[in-house]
Structure formats: C-alpha cells, structure tokens
Ligand binder design. Structure first.
Ligand code: SF4
Length: 262
C-alpha cells in the first residue's frame, strides 16, 4: 500500500516530550492555517511529497527501534490517510515502539478508532483559537472543525494517553480586543475539557513567520500577528496558569529563535 509522504527524520529529541523519536511526515491536510510552515506538505505539493510504499516506513521504524522510544507521525494531517496511519502505528507497536500522533483533532471518529485499538500513546495538538481566525477556512467550517476538536479532547479523557496541548502565542497587541477576548473564551473551553485528563503537557507555542521563517502560507498574516515578544509570552503564561490548576507549562523549543527583547 502506498502513502503520500514527505520523508522521515531519523532521530528527534523535540517532537515527543524530549524522548528520542523517529518522525514521519504524512502529506495532505484539511485546514489552511495562515501561519502553516508545512503548507507544501499540507497541500501535498509535488516538490515535497511523493507516493511511497508503507514498507519503506516499516524498514525505517524497524532499524530505529532499538534507539528510539517513539515513532511520531505528523504532517500535514495524518488522519487524512487513515488506513495508512493505522498500519504504520500497528507496525510500530509490533516491534515494541511507542506511538505519537500530531493531529489537528478535526476527525474524532478516526482518532477514536485508533485509541480503541490502543494505537496512540502520545497525542499532540494545537488549540487553534478562535478557529475562524486560525484555520484559514470560512466560519461555518471553522465551527465544524472546533466541534471535532473538542469532541476529540473529550474522547482522550477516556484513554491512558499523554496529551501535549500546544497553545499558539501571537502578537496580542496587533489583534483587536474582541479577537483577544474570543481567543480566551475558546482557550477556556479547551482547558476545561482536559482538566480531567491525567497526563497533560501544556506547551506555549510562539507562532513564527518572517523574518525568522519565510516559508509560511500567508506571509502578510504572519507579518502582522506572528513572532510575538516576551510580553506576549508572559501574558499567555499568566493566563494559562490562571485557567489550568495542574499547570505543567513549558515553552516550545523554537522560542529560542525569537528576538525576545520586547
Ligand atoms: S493543521 Fe497543521 S499542517 Fe494543517 S494547515 Fe494547519 S498548521 Fe498546517
């Protein structure tokens, strides 16, 4: 069976809670986030993606199985190729490697099917709030995405999964007060759902854009709202700590790329 994929990173220490992992990129995504720096993968661009045999991925997993703790499947949105995702996770389990999926959580039925089969040990996702601002789709689709996202968070409460919940941090001063308030309302909702998940890591995720990275889907959007300053990060941290009592909050490693003078 073939999968549209964009490659494998042999060993990573930044994708799964600092644990050594083998990262696999699946192509295709159903969202159009303006800050997406993997947009060529998300759009299955011919310059980046190609159809590969699953056996190519199995071979890489097997060779790395003695040195990695996890296989991490990301994208794009891996659930867009649900059968291939299930096969890869099953193979990883069969050779004793734990599994991690980075997903936008828009498809609860696929995630539920994988959870029921015991195929996800670690799940990473972003709180794209407010959705109609963050995912680049019309409001009706953004609200449908958000329902899927919150339903997926509810499902996770029923399984023994490590949840890595990333909270995008933007330049709040560039956003209208209404937009900031809306973002907070959605964040409150998401954090209230995961309050009873036993293993949660919250990650403040500064959104990058030019001049740090040029390869984003919408450079204009990013020039306005991305690359937050230190005060934005402090504001986000204070807010999250006030909303989530069991705070285990860290800053994404790529924050070291920010010019954090302001
Ligand atoms: S969900 Fe992820 S891969 Fe898809 S468009 Fe948004 S940032 Fe890009």
């Amino acid at each position: 069976m073939k999968v549209m994929f964009a490659g494998i990173k042999d060993i990573s220490l930044i994708d799964v809670c600092g644990e050594p992992s083998l990262t696999v990129w699946f192509c295709g995504c159903n969202l159009k986030c303006p800050y997406c720096h993997n947009w060529r993968i998300a759009e299955a661009h011919a310059s980046t993606c190609y159809p590969a045999e699953l056996s190519e991925i199995y071979t890489a997993i097997e060779s790395a199985s003695s040195i990695v703790d996890y296989i991490h499947v990301t994208g794009g949105e891996p659930t867009q190729q649900a059968v291939q995702l299930q096969r890869v996770l099953e193979f990883a389990k069969s050779v004793g490697v734990r599994t991690s999926v980075n997903t936008n959580c828009s498809n609860p039925s696929i995630i539920e099917s994988l959870l029921r089969r015991g195929l996800i040990d670690h799940l990473a996702t972003d709180v794209k709030a407010p959705p109609d601002f963050m995912i680049g789709l019309p409001r009706s689709e953004a609200l449908r995405y958000w329902r899927g996202f919150t339903n997926t968070l509810r499902l996770i409460r029923e399984y023994d999964v490590i949840l890595e919940l990333r909270i995008p941090v933007l330049k709040y001063g560039a956003m209208s007060p209404e937009l900031v308030a809306s973002s907070k309302r959605y964040l409150v909702k998401a954090l209230s759902i995961v309050e009873t998940v036993s293993k949660v890591h919250l990650v403040l995720n500064p959104i990058l854009g030019p001049p740090i990275i040029d390869s984003v889907r919408n450079p204009e959007w990013c020039s306005k709202y991305a690359v937050p300053g230190i005060r934005d990060i402090e504001l986000a941290e204070t807010l999250v700590k006030s909303l989530y009592s069991r705070a285990d909050i860290r800053l994404a490693q790529h924050a070291s790329l920010l010019p954090l003078g302001t």
